[in-house]
Design a protein around this ligand. Structure first.
Ligand code: PLP
Length: 398
């Protein structure tokens, strides 16, 4: 059964922020709070029932990643997976290569190891399209390069990075390779063997699973030091009593995501996204973030489009759309009370005004034709209202 995201007559187009649980996921999780509540480390029957559920979820995740079950480490989500990959792999004197468009879960970890951690960090910038050129990664290599960390789908633009090529470069250089696949998981098939990565992080809540649970693929033999220490859970790679209902939910979400991929669900979403994008680009003073030099979009996750609307303040547009019943995200992030333009859009070469004037629309796999119609109706209204009021348009902004 599909979740009712328009139950309150709202249109939710912020799937990259989070997604609703599918009914099957809730049903799968339900017994593991009150009936089968045991600690998966206990040897009695209650514990063993919980252990069986965790093992079954691990089998599904192994299929999802195309890896061995022993290579799946359950954790609390994308932030923990990304932090573990960085903190668990680099040591003083090492060199780390990442990109300037990573999620802050990678960027802040890289800043920390680059600051007090005595690690040299290179941040590779994207091309204006948002793509990372694998040759730029190759050019950044040094004999001390220990780890390369590059995301698969960018959370703001949806742009898919050439991770297979980067994987080959890492292998030639003898460096370890981590991928933040949080936004790609469930939307494109993942095959860690083909990609050639050592570590890959995913998060359940971006693929219709529960919040606060995720998984990290750790290739056998990767010398990863655990971030959390304590008990010997997850083969000593992640201490802490397993979140059994969460892990069961992640397993179910992964199973349903694989089915959606088989059923070609994302082709339908891509067609809806393209219709939305084409319609909005007809508006005066709009443009696409994530286009190549020919003006055409580069390869992106099927559900995401990021557009700028000149003479509009993105946050004001987010609020205006919210009032009209449409949920989207702006191209800014709120840090310590101040609205900063998106680091991703700035790295792609947008100026601050245009980055601030950008909006991300991210569709759910359940987004309907009617949802797109509604957004195509309300966005032009809101944009023209804001432009009438805009000090940017009136030229009164210093
Ligand atoms: N990486 C990317 C690309 C993301 O988009 C997010 C969440 O927005 C994360 C990591 C963090 O994941 P989580 O919310 O599970 O901590």
């Amino acid at each position: 059964m599909l979740p009712e995201t328009r139950g309150t007559n709202r249109v939710y187009m912020d799937a990259n922020a989070t997604t609703p649980l599918l009914a099957e996921v809730v049903e799968a999780m339900r017994p593991y709070w009150m009936e089968t509540f045991g600690n998966a480390s206990s040897i009695h029957l209650d514990g063993q029932r919980a252990r069986t559920a965790v093992d079954q979820a691990r089998e599904i995740l192994a299929e999802f990643f195309h890896c061995h079950e022993a290579e799946v480490v359950f954790n609390s989500g994308g932030t923990e997976g990304d932090n573990t990959a960085i903190f668990g792999m680099v040591r003083p004197g090492d060199h780390l290569i990442t990109t300037s468009i990573e999620h802050s879960a990678v960027l802040q970890a890289a800043r920390r190891v680059g600051g007090v951690g005595g690690v040299d960090v290179t941040y590779v910038d994207p091309e204006p399209s948002g793509l990372i050129d694998p040759e730029a990664i190759r050019a950044a290599l040094r004999p001390q390069t220990r780890l390369i960390s590059v995301m698969l789908a960018n959370n703001e633009t949806g742009v898919l990075q050439p991770v297979e090529e980067i994987g080959r470069i890492a292998a030639e250089a003898g460096a370890f390779f981590h991928i933040d696949a949080v936004q790609a998981a469930g939307k494109i098939p993942l095959d860690v063997r083909r990609i050639g990565c050592h570590l890959l992080s995913i998060s359940a809540h971006k693929m219709h699973g529960p919040k606060g649970v995720g998984a990290l693929f750790v290739r056998r033999g990767t010398p990863l030091e655990s971030l959390l220490v304590g008990g010997s859970h997850e083969r000593r790679r992640r201490a802490g009593t397993e979140n059994v209902p969460g892990i069961v939910g992640l397993g179910k979400a992964a199973e349903l995501a694989m089915k959606s991929l088989e059923d070609g669900v994302w082709d339908r979403v891509a067609a809806l996204r393209d219709r939305l994008e084409t319609g909005l680009l007809r508006l005066y003073g709009t443009g696409l973030n994530g286009a190549g030099s020919d003006g055409k979009p580069v390869t992106r996750a099927a559900n995401t489009t990021n557009l700028w609307f000149d003479q509009v303040e993105g946050e004001a547009l987010v609020i205006a759309l919210d009032l009209k019943g449409v949920a989207v995200s702006g191209g800014s992030a709120c840090h310590s009370g101040a609205t900063e333009p998106s680091h991703v859009l700035l790295a792609m070469g947008l100026d601050k005004t245009r980055a601030r004037a950008s909006l991300r629309f991210s569709l759910l796999k359940t987004t309907s034709d009617a949802d797109v119609d509604r957004v195509l109706q309300v966005v032009p209204e809101a944009v023209s209202q804001l432009r009438t009021l805009s000090p940017i348009a009136a030229g009164t902004l210093g």
